[in-house]
Design a binder for this molecule. Structure first.
Ligand SMILES: CC(=O)N[C@H]1[C@@H](OP(=O)(O)OP(=O)(O)OC[C@H]2O[C@@H](n3ccc(=O)[nH]c3=O)[C@H](O)[C@@H]2O)O[C@H](CO)[C@@H](O)[C@@H]1O
Ligand SMILES: C=C(OP(=O)(O)O)C(=O)O
Length: 429
């Protein structure tokens, strides 16, 4: 079994470069299906397992996809299949994002329901209700959602019950080829929504207001492939900022858009970490005595749920009592149990974690989701002794060469399938 072994206690130094954003590129890959002519060339694409999974799904649906270094080219000009099968959809929930493009191109889709996942049940009724307003009828058939409209989708006025990122993206994609002007209200305002709108507009679409809570989409009759550079990954950037903070080390994080990270930066500053913008880079300079803080996850521009577990890792090391309240996902505290194996003092009160800082101890822990994987590794950087982190398939969904980047910063970290050399030093459970 693949595992990462970290020996705690090393100071970090130097710089680390952030990749293109996973959560931006996944909807953009799905949106490439909207182009009935031409080839899209996406650059700054991170080499992640989620990108390969979605590329396979696009190929299954009939697109030609080629990958070279950090560039992916997609030609979706052939007639597309409308069926997204369970084995591909179940690997990654973002596969649901092909619904909008398929309904727009084919007036039908059949997408397997992937069910819940480790962080919650993650229903998609906001997507379906929006599509229904655009003229789609749905039925469930043996675990698949079948959607069908009578010809071209119709523009609609849709107000989401809450700002779902995926529903905003799916409806934006569908509306971009619909008949008329769609108004989407109470939508998500994440930077990845703006990046998707920029890509669709570069294909010939007409989307205004992305990044605000009201998006207007004038449907066009066709879209064509285009070239687009994916924005930097704000969550990977934030994860490395916490790597500097947790090790009390000064590091430079390269390729960061600080305006995508305002909530995280202000919480780090409140805790005593100095964040200095240097052109496209960010210098992280923690003070030696960090202070406890209160954090609450919120839709953007609030504190991102995807940084919650990494922030928890940091707070377990700060003297005093901090709290984190999770408001986005119903079950995104699975890592608390893993942190407690590392001697962390965390009590759960409903959706709030009360964290009292103390010295962490190395232990054998398992990644419970993608961000938890990174958070446990961060905790391992400052634990006494060795930490072994397993279930790395989660990490590989969202981080490119995570252990190599930390090693280059000075961490004592290996990734291996053989832990025998370290077994005696590691607390097993
Ligand atoms: C690939 C991608 O970009 N994933 C991100 C996206 O996920 P995703 O797009 O799935 O997140 P949503 O904003 O849709 O979901 C937020 C919450 O709303 C619930 N919900 C959502 C839709 C719906 O129809 N009904 C419903 O109840 C979900 O279960 C969840 O509890 O935004 C999340 C919130 O910032 C991030 O954590 C994920 O990293
Ligand atoms: C929850 C995440 O991703 P996904 O929505 O793809 O599961 C994440 O990136 O932290």
């Amino acid at each position: 079994m693949d595992k990462i072994i970290v020996k705690g206690g090393q100071e970090l130094s130097g710089s680390v470069k952030v990749e293109g954003s996973k959560n931006a590129v996944l909807p953009i890959l799905a949106a490439s299906l909207l182009a009935a002519e031409g080839t899209s060339v996406l650059t700054n694409v991170p080499k992640l397992s989620d990108v390969s999974t979605l590329s396979k799904l696009l190929e299954y649906l009939g697109a030609e996809v080629s990958n070279e270094d950090n560039q992916v080219s997609i030609n979706a000009s052939s007639k597309l299949s409308s069926t997204a099968p369970y084995d591909l959809v179940s690997k990654m929930r973002a596969s649901m994002l092909v619904m909008g493009p398929l309904l727009a191109r084919n007036s039908e889709c059949s997408v397997a329901m992937p069910g819940g996942c480790a962080i919650g049940s993650r229903p998609i009724e906001q997507h379906l209700k929006g599509f229904e307003k655009m003229g789609v009828e749905f039925k469930n058939q043996e675990g698949n959602i079948l959607g069908k409209s009578d010809g071209r989708l119709k523009a609609a006025n849709i107000s989401l019950d809450f700002p779902s990122v995926g529903a905003t993206q799916n409806l934006m994609m569908a509306a971009s080829l619909a008949d008329g002007t769609t108004h989407l209200e109470n939508v998500a305002m994440e930077p990845e929504i703006e990046d998707l709108a920029d890509y669709i507009n570069s294909m010939g679409g007409n989307i205004q207001g992305a990044g605000t809570n009201h998006i207007t989409i004038e449907g066009v009759s066709k879209l064509a492939g285009s070239r687009h550079e994916v924005i930097p990954d704000r969550i990977e950037a934030g994860t490395f900022m916490i790597a500097g903070a947790i090790t009390r080390s000064e590091i430079l994080v390269e390729n960061v858009k600080t305006n995508h990270l305002t909530a995280l930066i202000s919480k780090l500053e409140e805790a005593g970490v100095q964040i200095t913008e240097e052109g496209r880079n960010v210098r992280v300079t923690p003070s030696s005595h960090l202070k406890p803080i209160t954090v609450k996850t919120m839709p953007h521009p609030g504190f991102p749920t995807d940084m919650q577990s990494q922030m928890m890792a940091l707070l377990t090391t700060i003297n005093g009592t901090s709290t984190i309240t999770e408001t986005i996902f119903e079950n995104r505290f699975m890592h608390v149990n893993e942190f407690s194996h590392m001697n962390a003092d965390i009590a759960l009160e409903d959706n709030t974690a009360v964290i009292k800082g103390r010295q962490l101890q190395g232990a054998r822990v398992k990644s419970t989701d993608l961000r938890a994987a990174a958070a446990l590794i961060l905790a391992g950087l400052v634990s006494e002794g060795y930490t072994v982190v397993t279930e790395l398939r989660h990490l590989d969904r969202g981080y490119v060469d995570f252990h190599k980047k930390l090693k280059a910063l000075g961490a004592d970290i290996e990734r291996t399938g053989d832990e025998t050399a370290h077994k005696s030093a590691v607390t097993t459970r």
